[in-house]
Structures are given as C-alpha cells and as structure tokens.
Design a protein around this ligand. Structure first.
Ligand code: NAD
Length: 694
C-alpha cells in the first residue's frame, strides 16, 4: 500500500492520504500529493481534485520520524506542495474528517475549498515543540478565521473543534454522512457552478485596533511564556500577517521559524517529546510481546501512597480492592480517597457522576484471600524489608497464577523482594511519586528475573493510567532519588560553606527549578533524608554530607509537617518563611567546625547542584540502571520539577558543553577533595571522543 492513493471518480481526481498511524506529511506523502496533482492537471477528463484522509483523520502534520533528518525539507517540501496546490488551475478541495493538525491544516489552507465533518478538529501545535507553524500557517489562518482566533490557536497550540469556525473562510461547508461522497458532490457542484478559484492568501486581513491588540497580545503571552521564546514569536508572525503583504509575511514566518529551530529551548522541548516516546520502549522487549490482561487491581496499604495509587486505576475504570491490617486504617485511607475526589469535584475538574463511578469500583478488605482474583497487586506498606517479606510471602500463597506482583518501594532491593516469592518473574517495582494520583512519573523497576510480558504489560498499563513510565534497573534510589541525593547533598554543603537556604533556593528557582532544594526537603520531610543519611554514614563513610541538616533534625525541624524546617510555616499555610534562627544555627555550626563562611555566587550554586545530577546520571547510564540519557531527563522533567526549557540534566550538560562541565567537575574535585566530583568514566569517555551524552 502506498502512502497516497490516486483514483478518479467521474470527473474528480481523489488523492487519499494513507500513511498510518497519523497520515504524517512525510517525503513520500508529499511526493504523492504533487504527483497526483500533476496527473490530474494532465488529464483533460479531470475537472477537480479532492485531497482526503479518512473520516477520522485528515493528517496529524509533520512526520515525527523524519524530524531532524534531511528528509524534513527534501523536495517536494511542504512549501512546494502547498504552492503546487495553490497553482492548480483545477479546483482543489480538502475534505477534512477528524484530526487536522499542523502541516495537515497548513496544506488544507492552501486548497481552494475546504469541507469538514462536524466532529473534525484543528490545531497548530508547533508551539509545544518550541516552534511556530512554518508552512504558511501563521499567515493563512488569520486570513481564514481572523487575527484573534488564529493567534489564540497558534500561541497555545491547543486543538479546537472545527465547528467553532463555521461561517469563516476556513470551511466552505460542513457535511454529514460519508466524507468522500460529500466531497465528490461538493466538487461536482464547484465545477457545475464554475465557482472561481479562491485562495486564502488573497483574503484581506486586519484588526480594528491593530497596534493596541498586538501590544496586549505580547503582554499576555509574555506573562505565560516564561523563558520560552516561541509563543512571542507566534505573536510576531501573526502581526506580520496583518501588517505586511502575504509574501513578506511568509518571509517573516520562515525566518522566525528558522531562528526557533536553532534555539536551545526548542531543542529541549523536542528532546523531551522524543524522549517520552523513547522511554516507552525497552530494547529487548519487542512491541509484539504478549500483554497480560489487567481487569482488577489489588493495593496493599491504604496510606499516603496506597490511596493515590488506587485512585489512578479507579479513574481509568479499573476496579480496585485495597487491603489493610485494620478497619480503622482502611476507613482513614478511604476517607482520604473520597476527600481527594470531592476536592476535584469542587474545583470543577471532575463531575459528580464520574466520582461516583470511580468510588463504585473501590472495595476494601482485611483478608488476603480477597486478592485471589486480582491481575495486578501493588504493595505500598511500610518501607521495611521484613514487612515486605511477610506481605510477599502471603501474596505468593493467594495470588492467582500469572498475577503481577508489584512493590512501590523507594529504596529496597526489588530482587530481594522477588526472592520472597516462588515466582520472581512476576515481580516488578512500580515506583509511584507522591501524590500518586497527581504525579506523572512512574519508575518501572526491572528486577533481574522480571518477565518481559510483565514489563510490556505494566508499560501499557502506565499509558492507560496516564503516567509517564521510565524503566530503571535495581539500585538504591533507582534513577530519580539516587540522583537527587547528590543534588540535596550539594545544597547542604553550600549552606555550610556560607550560603543561606533561601539563596540556594532562589538561585535554582530563578534558573528554572519548580522548587528549590530546601523547600523540597521541607515538603518531603527532613526526617526521611536523615534516616537515609544515618544508613549512608555506615555504608558509605567516604561520602561527604552536610551535617548541618542533621542538626536541623535534632531540633525536630522536620519541615512543613512540624511547622518548622529550613523555613518557618504558619498553620495551614505552605508559604516558606526565612527564619533567622536557621542563620544562627548555621553560623554556630560553621564556627564549631572551623568553616570560614564565604560568599557563594548563584552561578556556583546552580553548577554544583545541577552538575551533581549530571555526574550521578552518567553513572546510572554506564551501570545500565537507566536505559538511555533521555530516560533520565524524562524522570527529571516529569517527576522533579526540572524546567522544560532546559530539557533535563543530561541535555543541559550537552547544551553547556560536556567538556566544560567535566572541567568544572574537576575543579570542584580539586577544591573540595570530594571524590564524587571525579567525572564519571562515561563523561570522560564522551569528552575524549568529542561526543555528547544525549
Ligand atoms: P504510609 O505509612 O503512609 O502507609 C503505609 C500503610 O500500609 C499504612 O496504612 C499501614 O497500615 C499499611 N500496612 C503496613 N503493613 C501492612 C500489611 N502488612 N498489610 C496491609 N497493610 C499494611 O506509607 P507510604 O508513605 O504510603 O509508603 C508506602 C510505600 O511507598 C513505602 O514502601 C514507601 O517507601 C513507598 N513510597 C513512598 C513515597 C512517599 O512520598 N510517601 C513515595 C514513593 C514511594
């Protein structure tokens, strides 16, 4: 089957786009459209041309498989295709059913006529990749639907129902029934009525308060765009559509597009886009690996994590049974689940009906026997290996053959947990993040024995519950937490050396992190990291920790939950208030330890904390704990508030230049004597080869 099909139906030539899965405008499709148009032009019996996809899909736009390859712009480029459509002396009709996005919409905008099914939807989503529509979309769409409606679509990238644009030049007609039949009838009508061929590019476009409107648009867009340049460039491109003749506007669009294509922000967003797709693939688990059916889920433990984990499945329509040790614990957990759903209803995020449907799928139990018909059982009990052992031994007795047994452990050895059962191949780690019903990230921890179909099943299930799943090997902390430990360690060392917690937080937040490390510690509970450090002092005495964090915990300052941590918190308020007592505590600590405080620059704060992520990330990569550098970036982007426009720690290191990063690490090693700063062998190797991490 070719990616476009040419056929004639009476006097109408039909070019059907047929490039699964999304009718992407790849080189073959572009060639096919131009060849079809040429053939129609040469055939005297053809009086009109219809370009059509299926009833559900016109085109999803650019073919992402071609992204970044010379094929993206290989002739015929999309510009050439659209030009050929516009120059056709026979009427060209775009017949749009379902999704019409990006380059697909730009192609349709080049046609003389457009008809659509009422349920069609359109979008120009390029801004989401840090770009703008580069094939005339910013010039033609304002002419078709008006400046404001077009800018809203282009600067947001959001889809809109086609019917919203009824009565505009975007659609000549909305049609019911079979799309091809309707398109043929429309084409015959155009021919019979000898309708003049009209082009969107010839439509006059203006705005009654042009200057004021664009100023307003710039201000509004700037406020929401943050560090991303693309949304503002969208405004400039649309402003050119209004202020300049069409061809000059196109030149502006093209030059803005090219400048964005080379911007680090767009590289970061494209890296994340492809990284997310790559993360769902496991090299030795082929796409056709059989999937186990998961129709019922069991969750053990109705605490902080268990409740949130259960909600994910309930919201996806999968029945859940939650097991607890005592009725009170179950009641408490169910109360929290109900409160969460009710909160969502109050905020208008969920309907009462949906909430009732979700809660209708929830059951509780105090007996393991009730888990016998579950296809997947996720354990979220206390973080204690002996407790996990007892739980998995029970599970081994009651779970049906083929049931997947998962642990939500954050730090324990998944292989050890698997060994508590006689079926280690069915055991996997599913590391959700708190709050588990909200956070996108899911680390799928692959044990030494985890079966391939178990992995394939949980990866597919992750999509169903709308999580971004990343595979990690077994180690303490997996990907995310093993790296964050060193980031946090650097933050604590920085305050020992002379910075304040608020300076460190501000520097990293200004750089783009959603939350500085000290606010993060206070949110997570300082006691948790303290417990880990106590273990580390024994297991890894050579690693340097900022002991001032221990002093904080000795004072009972565990963070938000105790109203005091690195900051002060007023009752019922999460605002972090700098506390002079902390400065006094730090001053006393430095004095006792003979540390002369020094002024530390914001740049050093960012380098020490972010490069710590980079170095540990590289170690994870060479140990095979992470499958690929982009997986590490996806973990940080989706689970740790890493700024989207920086693309994750690994891409950031590449953007700075791995050579420079490695040099800085060596300086830190020399200054601090901390072995951690010896660049990971993988970094040293890539630097030597002149290669990057991603
Ligand atoms: P939690 O203390 O809030 O909840 C644990 C629940 O398990 C309690 O309700 C307890 O009654 C129940 N429980 C204990 N033993 C049980 C047993 N034998 N049978 C049935 N129920 C039992 O703990 P949590 O924060 O929800 O953590 C649970 C797990 O998730 C731990 O392994 C933890 O490391 C992991 N985790 C926690 C977080 C987090 O931020 N809290 C994040 C990721 C992973």
């Amino acid at each position: 089957m070719t990616s476009t099909v040419y056929a004639t139906r009476g006097a109408v030539a039909v070019i059907t786009l047929n490039n699964p899965p999304v009718n992407g405008m790849n080189h073959a499709v572009r060639q096919g459209i131009v060849a079809g148009l040429d053939r129609a032009a040469a055939d005297a019996a053809v009086k009109a041309v219809v370009i059509i996809g299926s009833d559900r899909l016109f085109s999803g736009g650019a073919d992402i498989g071609e992204f970044g390859t010379p094929k993206t712009i290989a002739e015929p480029s999309l510009w050439t295709v659209i030009d050929t459509v516009e120059k056709s002396t026979k009427p060209v009709i775009a017949a749009i059913g379902g999704v019409c996005v990006g380059g697909g919409l730009e192609l349709a905008l080049g046609a003389h006529f457009r008809i659509a099914k009422p349920d069609a939807s359109i979008a120009l989503p390029e801004v989401k990749l840090g770009l703008l529509p580069g094939a005339g979309g910013t010039q033609r769409l304002p002419r078709a639907i008006g400046v404001e409606a077009a800018l809203n679509l282009i600067a947001s990238g959001q889809p809109a129902p086609a019917e919203r644009f009824k009565g505009t030049a975007l659609f000549d007609e909305f049609v019911e029934g079979d799309l091809l039949d309707a398109a043929l009838a429309f084409a015959e009508k155009v021919v019979a009525e000898k309708r003049p061929l009209k082009l969107v590019r010839d439509i006059k476009v203006d705005h009654p308060q042009r200057e004021a409107y664009f100023q307003f648009a710039r201000n509004t867009v700037r406020a929401v765009a943050g560090p991303l340049p693309a949304p503002l460039k969208c405004v400039e491109a649309v402003a050119a559509a209004v202020g300049k003749p069409f061809d000059q506007g196109i030149a502006v669009e093209r030059s803005l597009f090219m400048s964005l294509m080379g911007s680090p922000e767009s590289r970061a967003l494209r890296h994340a886009f492809f990284g997310e797709r790559a993360a769902s693939k496991i090299p030795d688990v082929p796409d056709d690996t059989p999937i186990r059916k998961v129709a019922k889920v069991g969750v053990i433990g109705a605490g902080t994590m268990g409740g949130g984990i259960a909600m994910n499945f309930l919201s996806a329509g999968i029945p859940v049974i939650v097991l607890e040790m005592k009725q009170e614990a179950l009641d408490k957990g169910f109360g929290a689940i109900r409160a969460n759903y009710e909160g969502a209803v109050k905020k208008g995020r969920l309907s009462q009906d949906k909430t009732s449907a979700c809660l209708g799928l929830l059951k509780g139990s105090l007996s393991y026997a009730d888990l016998g018909d579950c296809d997947l059982i996720i354990e979220a009990v206390y973080e204690d290996l002996s407790v996990k052992e007892a739980v998995f031994k029970e599970l081994d007795k009651v779970a049906k053959p083929g049931a997947i047994l998962a642990s939500n452990t954050s730090t324990l050895d998944v292989n050890a947990i698997a060994s508590f059962t006689k079926r280690p191949t069915d055991v996997v780690g599913l590391h959700f993040f708190s709050p588990a019903n909200v956070m996108k990230l899911l680390e799928v921890v692959r044990g030494a024995a985890t079966a391939k179909d178990v992995l394939a099943t949980v990866m597919q299930l992750a999509r169903k519950i709308r999580k971004t799943a990343v595979v990690a090997g077994v180690c303490d902390g997996f990907i995310g937490n093993r790296m964050i430990e060193h980031y946090g360690r650097m933050a604590a060392l920085l305050v020992e050396e002379g910075a304040t917690p608020w300076q460190v937080d501000k520097a990293l937040e200004k750089w783009g992190m959603a939350m500085g490390p000290f606010r993060m510690f206070d949110l997570a509970g300082n006691d948790i990291a303290w417990a880990i450090r106590k273990r580390r002092y024994v297991e890894m005495p050579h690693i340097r920790y900022g002991k001032c964090a221990d002093r904080l915990c000795e004072l009972g300052r565990f963070g938000q939950k105790t109203g005091r941590g690195w900051y002060l918190y007023l009752p019922g308020n999460r605002n972090a208030i700098p506390d002079p007592e902390i400065e006094e505590m730090l001053a006393a600590y430095r004095k006792e330890n003979g540390v002369t405080p020094r002024k530390i620059s914001d740049a050093e704060i960012v380098e020490r904390c972010i490069y710590a992520l980079v170095n540990e990330g590289a170690r994870l990569l060479e140990e095979g704990i992470a499958q690929r550098a982009s997986d590490i970036d996806i973990v940080y982007l989706s689970g740790y508030g890493f700024p989207a426009h920086r693309g994750g720690p690994m891409l950031y290191a590449d953007e700075v230049g791995l050579y420079k990063v490695a040099r800085r690490m060596k300086e830190f090693a020399a200054n601090s004597g901390d072995n951690f700063w010896t660049p990971a062998p993988l970094i040293a190797q890539r630097v030597a080869e002149g290669k990057s991490l991603t």
